[in-house]
Design a protein around this ligand. Structure first.
Ligand code: SF4
Length: 368
């Protein structure tokens, strides 16, 4: 570690410059309005995998719907998932909801106690440090995408930041830098520096308040650090979704309790097997998975989206229900619903695109 920066006077000066910069440059973000631990917790969970720009309106909406810990704990999980729609990584919403229930069972407080927080589902080291430092000023470190980059550059560490030894080092470095007082502000300032100045490419070193302390800048290595992760090879996936209609209604099924999009709803869909045709996969879905007879109709739309390294092409087909009873082997529930009812059911982003398109077509063509 760059021991010079950790020397007491230098570190004090580093923190002072960082604080001064943050006081004048920080963005006006809704979760910075006060130190309410509930607001900070919700925002940090949302921000874990989602950009600030996407989170801002969703955060306001979520807080309007669930303004307090008890409001969240008392809500139905389906409501919470619906509110989370579009943010992705729905496990975060389920964990947040389960944690709220546990905290309410324990008295309804968001305590200044790391031991209580550690026991909550979805609370890892980052959430722990972020919430307790910002809400209660506990001198706890954080490491996330922005601070990881700032720390690697400050100390000129070329190592792969995803490797286990480097992760360990990053937490040690963050711990060494965080002050005993104003830890929350310090952590936010480090994140803000990464977001606004020490950006992934072309960092603005000439505007950086800590450039004098930065090992990478001094060595001219700021564009080479941190080491780039090897490019992941995208994998193409083909899927088919079937909109089974019966009169004015269409079939929505509830996904299993585990796996991707757990307990959320969808127009039934499946992944095509190797060399399988679209039509064969659609028939397999209808007869083997759903256990019904239906006449396949034309394509409604094709939706392309990405989930982690998978590039998914989902062709959505129309189908007319003929006979049969939906089996309960593959789905938790199955309902025949009018287009107006779909809005209250939590679905994935591509499935919402399909629902919106169908609702639009039904208005234009009176299909339902
Ligand atoms: Fe990042 Fe440049 Fe500042 Fe170093 S000097 S912390 S590389 S912005």
């Amino acid at each position: 570690m760059n021991s010079e920066l950790l020397e007491s006077r230098r570190l004090t000066s580093f923190r002072r410059r960082l604080f001064r910069w943050f006081a004048s440059q920080q963005r006006d973000l809704p979760w910075r309005q006060n130190r309410d631990p509930y607001r900070i917790w919700v925002s940090e969970v949302m921000l874990q995998q989602t950009t600030v720009a996407t989170v801002i309106p969703r955060f306001e909406r979520f807080l309007t719907q669930f303004p307090t810990l008890s409001a969240l704990a008392n809500a139905d999980e389906q409501e919470v998932l619906r509110s989370w729609e579009g943010l992705g990584y729905y496990r975060r919403a389920r964990d947040l909801h389960r944690s709220a229930k546990l905290l309410v069972e324990q008295g309804g407080m968001l305590p200044d106690d790391p031991d209580v927080w550690r026991e909550l589902p979805g609370v890892g080291r980052y959430i722990l440090g972020a919430v307790l430092s910002q809400a209660f000023d506990r001198p706890m470190p954080i490491v996330e995408a922005n601070t990881l980059r700032v720390l690697s550059r400050l100390f000129a560490r070329r190592d792969d930041p995803t490797s286990t030894p480097m992760r360990k080092w990053l937490w040690e470095a963050a711990e060494a830098l965080v002050p005993r007082k104003n830890a929350g502000t310090f952590n936010q300032a480090m994140m803000e520096l990464g977001a606004l100045v020490c950006m992934p490419s072309s960092p603005r070193c000439d505007e950086c308040p800590v450039a004098a302390d930065c090992g990478s800048f001094q060595a001219g290595l700021q564009n080479e650090i941190p080491a780039k992760a090897p490019r992941t090879v995208a994998e193409q996936v083909r899927e088919v979704a079937v909109v089974v209609r019966d009169g004015s209604k269409a079939l929505l099924v509830q996904r299993p309790a585990t796996g991707r999009w757990a307990r959320m709803w969808e127009f039934p869909h499946t992944t095509l097997e190797k060399k399988e045709t679209l039509e064969h996969a659609a028939r397999r879905l209808l007869t083997e998975t759903l256990g019904i007879k239906a006449t396949l109709g034309p394509e409604i739309m094709t939706i392309r989206h990405a989930v982690t390294r998978f590039r998914i092409t989902m062709v959505c087909l129309d189908a007319q229900f003929r006979s049969g009873k939906i089996g309960d082997e593959h789905y938790l529930d199955a309902r025949w619903l009018e287009p107006a009812e779909w809005a209250s059911y939590p679905v994935s982003t591509p499935q919402r695109q399909l629902a919106d398109e169908l609702a639009k077509q039904s208005r234009q063509l009176r299909l339902f």
